[in-house]
Write a protein that binds this ligand. Structure first.
Ligand SMILES: [Zn+2]
Length: 360
């Protein structure tokens, strides 16, 4: 929980993820078995060597940016112009409170007084914010809403998508490092997902951090659907708005979740196609990697409180998030048992065939 609280409290927007990266580097420094590596695009890979090296690796991927603003300059003494990055409906942002974070640590609060839509008409492209004092160009602006607050079993923050996913993956690493699993496990933290998977495309196109033999689990917080409520456990995401994921790998994740449910009380999970957005598994799949996905249901997706018609804190269910970490740990510990394709499934159904074929 400490990892979740600390990570989600950091300011981050697409292409300006430096504070999260810094935090992750500190996390790794304090944990000698972990190793950190970066590629030319600034994506970060944290790795824990398995007890039996050489087999395929398990990579849990999450993006570390979130929709928000970058200050461009002062229009006059009290108004700053900021570029908006990521997808947020323009009709919700007027009057919303903003907080700018300068490199120096100085923070300036303000309020949106003008919002301009992008070419598609719905998306916020730029805003003007009334502020108490001047804001330095380049400062990160985020919605000034409840941040890293626990209330009634929910966790509210400026940014859950997808720093809460990254926090879950790092929490898994924190647990695994005490007794490393058989297979090597890594966490890939990517940049600028909210501007169209830019970091993930870089990571997949000419891979330096990824290997073609990796088994990738893409993590997300995904807009909750009527059939995947919060509180009913993490979701094995069989697909997203754009594509469906590796069938054999998804089946293995489901088996692990089922086994975990049988052996531990209080663990529940869901399995569904989450069409609220496209996730990085689609990118990895497009570049020939083996990818599946797991997510938790997210409230106020991209800070859009559509019922209240205003900007609000994103939120996840704490039980779902904790169960997601438990599921990651179980997958990592049993990862070496996975046989590519549907090996285990075929064995099972063929045994049944052998037994009953005489009746055909
Ligand atoms: Zn996301």
């Amino acid at each position: 929980m400490r990892i979740l609280k600390e990570l989600c409290a950091l300011p981050t927007v697409p292409f300006e993820e430096g504070r999260v990266v810094e935090w992750v580097e500190g996390f790794v420094r304090g944990r000698p078995r972990l190793r950190v590596e970066r590629d030319e695009w600034g994506n970060v890979l944290v790795e824990l060597k398995g007890k039996k090296n050489g087999g395929p690796r398990w990579v849990f991927g999450a993006h570390i940016d979130h929709p928000g603003m970058v200050a461009k300059g002062m229009v006059d003494r009290r108004i700053v112009e900021a570029e908006f990055r990521g997808w947020v409906l323009v009709e919700l942002v007027m009057g919303a409170k903003v907080r700018f974070f300068e490199e120096s640590g100085r923070e300036v609060a303000g309020k949106v007084i003008q919002a301009t839509a992008g070419e598609d008409g719905g998306r916020t492209a730029s805003v003007r914010v009334r502020v108490g004092e001047a804001v330095a160009p380049g400062a990160i602006g985020m919605w000034d809403v409840e941040n890293a607050v626990l209330k009634g079993g929910k966790f509210y923050a400026r940014a859950c998508d997808d720093v809460a996913g990254a926090a879950a993956a790092l929490s898994m690493m924190d647990e695994l490092r005490r007794d490393p699993p058989t297979a090597t496990v890594a966490v890939l933290l990517t940049r600028a997902e909210e501007e169209g998977f830019i970091g993930a495309i870089g990571a997949a196109k000419r891979p330096r951090l990824l290997r073609k033999t990796d088994r990738i689990v893409s993590i997300e917080t995904s807009a909750m659907q009527a059939y995947t409520p919060q509180g009913a456990g993490p979701i094995i995401r069989v697909g997203d708005k754009t594509s469906v994921f590796d069938s054999g790998l998804t089946c293995f994740l489901t088996q692990q979740a089922e086994a975990l449910k049988k052996r531990s009380k209080g663990f529940a999970y869901q399995r569904a196609l989450m069409p609220g957005g496209t996730c990085e598994a689609t990118v990895y799949d497009a570049y020939g990697f083996m990818a599946a996905a797991i997510c938790v249901a997210l409230g106020n997706y991209h800070n859009m409180d559509r019922q209240g018609k205003r900007i609000g804190a994103e939120y996840v269910d704490v039980g779902d998030w904790k169960s997601m970490v438990r599921l990651f740990v179980a997958i990592a510990r049993h990862g070496h048992e996975y046989r590519e394709g549907h090996g285990a499934l075929r064995e099972r159904i063929e045994a049944r065939f052998a037994k009953l074929k005489r009746l055909l």
